[in-house]
Ligand binder design. Sequence first.
Ligand code: TYD
Length: 166
Amino acid sequence: MTPSTPLRERRSGLPGRRATDWNPPPEGNGAGCRVLDLPRITDPRGNLTVIEGVAQVPFDIARVYYLYDVPGGESRGGHAHRDLQQLIVAAAGSFDVIVDDGTETARFHLNRSYYGLLVPRLTWRELGNFSSGSVCLVLASHRYEEDDYFRDYDDFLVARAQADTA
Ligand code: TYD
């Protein structure tokens, strides 16, 4: 998705049926982040998506965590990481991820479990607009370390500017 591109409607192949397809196109990118189109094994019994370290994401997966039972109107995130890279997937429902690389911001609306937003290091992120019952699945390149966080936006901006000029 180009983050500012309006979400698209497409017609389904079935006569008389109109399907609203809110998928972000997988080529989308913004603020250094991009949406990956993950492998889908479709099956009448239910679909399956697989994510393997290095094959689908450009890092070894050291940690998996997920956000769930997020009350309506709540937001998460509000930080950046020094070294951590992440893949963020709407495993159920939908939510927005707003990312900021210090000079550009982009909003990604994730609403399909076969799209993953790749968020590189030194990227400020906020998550919000969670739908009821949504699950935000996060695959991370490192184990949890509080020292890896920037929780102050100005500290993040300084570090990002230093990294960009190094
Ligand atoms: P945080 O990363 O700030 O959550 P979010 O960005 O989703 O709003 O983490 C919230 C709390 O959970 C914080 O006290 C740290 C703790 N935590 C862990 O102990 N391990 C983890 O892997 C994560 C992601 C968080």
